[in-house]
Every structure is written in C-alpha cells, then in structure tokens.
Ligand binder design. Structure first.
Ligand code: COA
Length: 165
C-alpha cells in the first residue's frame, strides 16, 4: 500500500489545500493529512479544532485520514510507513523555502521523497492568513473555504468576541 503525507498547519484548511489533497489522493492508496501541533505559528484554532475542522472538510475523500503530529515530519512519515511528502506550490515565492525543506528532509530521510503539485490557478492567492485576516475584519471569505470551515470561523469569532466582553 502506497502512503503519502500532506503536512501543514491548516489554520484553517482552505479550498487551495483541499484541491491539492484531492488530486494527491488519486495518486496514492492512502493519504494522511498531517496537522502540525505546534509550528512556531500563533494559531487561530487549537490543534484539536484544526483536526475537527479538517475531518469535516475531507469527509468525502475516502482514502484520506487526518492526524495530528509533533516533532519532525519525516519521523512521523516513517512511523506511518509513508513514502512521500506532498506539498503544494502556489507561486515562485513558495519555491525557495520548499526547496530547502525538501532537501533537508531528504538528507534526514533519503527513503522519503517530496512531491510538488501546482496549485490550481483560482487558488494561487489563497492562504490561511488571508482567510483569517478577512474573517477578523468582518468579511466572510466563503468563496475560498468549505462551508464547514466558514461556519467554524464564525463560531470562533463569536467565541472570541464573548471572551473580550
Ligand atoms: N492552498 C492554499 N494555501 C496554501 C497552499 C495551497 N495549496 N499551500 C500552502 N498554503 C499556505 C498555507 O495556508 C500557509 O499559509 P499561512 O502562512 O497564511 O498560514 C502557508 O501557505 C504555508 O503553509 P505550509 O507550506 O503548509 O506551511 P506550514 O507552515 O503550514 O507547515 C510544515 C509547514 C508543518 C509542513 C513544516 O513546518 C514541518 O514539516 N514542520 C514539522 C517540523 C519539521 O519537520 N521541520 C523540518 C522541516 S525541514
């Protein structure tokens, strides 16, 4: 069974991520959406919330599993028996960082390859930060996230407003 891992912070998962995920899911028997528990990023959603949201968003992809991981990505891949790390490339600006990460991961785990899929043109500009920024400014970015993600964003926003009161 060929297994691959699509890793990221997914804070939250967007339609851009889902496009990569769906396409990669056709290339492997099993695809693990690996959510980095802590990634030096100040996240909007907690790790468990990110997992819950992602599980709902990928519900229609039968060979996709959602898991939380800590520590080195390649160690997680080894533990899961994965042969590849999937990454999405949006623009040239993604390339430098991706190239560095892929080379370092290859150095540490030569048996695992990084595979890059080009993001669909309609999602070139999409990022989790854009989704959060628009949400925080009162504009629901419903056209670039799944309905379950849009609902989770509004819920979180309401909970935060309640905390501030
Ligand atoms: N569609 C939409 N957005 C996309 C995208 C796509 N196809 N591809 C990337 N993005 C966005 C993400 O939403 C994210 O946006 P944000 O910065 O606004 O949050 C941004 O691009 C970067 O995302 P990603 O490339 O997935 O990086 P990440 O920071 O979320 O996750 C890890 C990177 C978790 C894979 C990496 O840090 C890691 O492997 N960590 C584990 C520790 C480790 O092994 N480190 C050594 C690596 S050399």
């Amino acid at each position: 069974m060929k297994i691959a891992v699509y890793a990221g912070t997914f804070d939250p998962i967007t339609l851009g991520h889902l496009d990569i995920l769906a396409r990669a899911s056709h290339l492997f028997d099993k695809l693990i959406l690996a959510i980095a528990e802590d990634n030096y990023k100040d996240t909007f959603f907690t790790p468990d919330e990110r997992v819950d949201i992602a599980k709902k968003a990928v519900a229609e992809l039968p060979n996709v599993e959602v898991k939380l991981f800590k520590g080195l990505l390649v160690e997680f891949c080894r533990a899961e028996g994965a042969v590849a790390i999937i990454r999405g490339l949006r623009a040239l600006s993604d390339f430098d960082n991706e190239f560095q990460m892929a080379l370092m991961n290859k150095k540490v785990a030569p048996e695992i390859d990084s595979l890059f899929l080009m993001t669909a043109p309609e999602y070139q500009f999409v990022s989790s930060s854009i989704v959060k920024n628009f949400t925080l400014l009162g504009y629901a970015p419903d056209s670039i996230v799944s309905p379950c993600v849009a609902a989770a964003l509004q819920e979180k926003l309401a909970a935060r407003a309640q905390e501030i009161k």
